[in-house]
Design a protein. Structure first.
Length: 119
């Protein structure tokens, strides 16, 4: 199960805005490579929607069957907003509907270059 925790305005390749639901998976304990200590985290992904803002707001807190899975991709850089550290990643997290494979989910997903973050 994943929970809808937020939504974001995105823009398609042709400049049309749309809303994406932000979903979060369950609690995971991960061991730090640096300290050897465990920390709690949860994976997040976004799902494009056809909803208006009021509908997206009303969906926050709702649970959906499925998981969030790691998918390898072309390397890209992100900046940690808290520390300013620039990281190079070669994976992303996607929502996978219950009963679907990761491969099926990747085929159905909007390519990242078609859905750039606006707000």
């Amino acid at each position: 199960m994943v929970r809808i925790i937020d939504y974001r305005v995105r823009e398609s390749r042709d400049g049309e805005p749309f809303l994406a639901l932000i979903v979060q998976g369950g609690l995971q304990l991960v061991k730090s490579k640096e300290t050897g200590m465990y920390y709690a985290t949860a994976k997040k992904a976004s799902i494009p929607s056809t909803f208006d803002e009021l509908t997206c707001q009303s969906l926050i807190g709702q649970e959906i069957d499925g998981t969030i899975e790691r998918v390898e991709c072309e390397p890209y850089e992100i900046t940690n907003e808290e520390t300013g550290e620039v990281l190079e990643l070669s994976h992303r997290w996607i929502y996978v509907k219950e009963g679907e494979t990761v491969e099926q989910a990747v085929k159905a997903e909007v390519p990242a270059e078609e859905a750039e973050l606006v707000v």
